[in-house]
Design a protein around this ligand. Structure first.
Ligand SMILES: [Cu+2]
Length: 267
């Protein structure tokens, strides 16, 4: 009898340790970004926190359910042909297993809604606007010289643009620590504007004005691409986003402006 009790304790300790180890590994993996690109905007930070919250909650539920299941399978396994006591219905249990999922779903709904409100907040009129046009098969980024956001900027009238070609990926340059609005339009079919490190993408739909705002908090160059299969050369619709300090951004735009003015002068 004592042997049987000891065996049971051993098994319980083994199962409990496995579940604990699994949970620790899961939480460790989740906090190590779990395959997500590094967030480089304030909005991406909120999205990443939400992602971790959902992932960790999922793993905790998984560990608890699997642990309870394994324990029950071992503890109450069939020992003889005798029919065990039969129980029909348990109100308390039903209330518990209905309430817990409702609380979890409500918690996830509220936290997602709060993050969504933050991420999809409208841009202010003084924010820098970049007009993005997707076309088969590249991108055009247009800056309005009279609307270069909160810095001094080169000023002046007119626009400057960067157009990609099949062989050359266009570069989208934005200033760091400033809200930037992207206004997305398409000339032909549906594309999708996707910058991995923004942890966000938005469809570029003909006839529909889509826009979103980011505040990048890190300088650097980040890979981006079209994320909607839009035709044969969809794979060529890659581009790069470069986040720079405000003076560098102003110098870049001024350079583009004088370059394009020069080209316009050439007969
Ligand atoms: Cu595409």
């Amino acid at each position: 009898m004592r042997n049987a009790a000891r065996r049971l304790t051993h098994r319980f300790v083994l199962i409990f340790s496995l579940v604990l180890l699994g949970s620790l590994l899961s939480v460790g993996a989740a906090s190590a970004q779990f395959g997500q690109p590094k967030p480089v905007t304030e909005e991406a930070d909120s999205l990443h926190t939400l992602y971790l919250l959902v992932t960790v909650a999922g793993f905790i539920v998984f560990a608890l359910v699997t642990g309870a299941l394994l324990y029950m399978v071992v503890r109450y396994r069939r020992r003889s042909d005798e029919l065990p006591p039969q129980t029909h219905g348990n109100n308390l249990l039903e209330v518990i297993w209905t309430t817990i999922p409702i609380v979890i779903v409500l918690f996830l709904f509220v936290s997602s809604f709060v993050v969504l409100l933050d991420v999809e907040e409208d841009a202010e009129p003084e924010d820098l606007t970049v007009n993005v046009t997707g076309f088969q098969f590249s991108w055009e980024f247009v800056y309005d010289l009279a609307d270069l956001g909160r810095g001094e900027g080169p000023g002046g009238e007119g626009t400057v643009s960067v157009i990609g070609t099949g062989s050359e990926e266009p570069l989208l340059v934005i200033p760091v620590n400033e809200p930037v609005e992207f206004k997305l339009t398409s000339n032909d079919v549906i594309h999708s504007f996707y910058v991995r490190n923004f942890l966000y993408k938005l469809d570029v739909v003909p006839g529909l004005d889509n826009s979103f705002k980011v505040t990048a908090h890190e300088t650097g160059t980040f890979e981006a691409q079209c994320a909607e299969l839009c035709g044969l050369d969809h794979a060529l619709m890659r581009f790069q986003v470069q986040v720079m300090e405000r003076p560098d951004f102003d110098a870049y735009i001024a350079g583009l402006a004088s370059e394009q003015l020069e080209q316009a002068r050439v007969p």
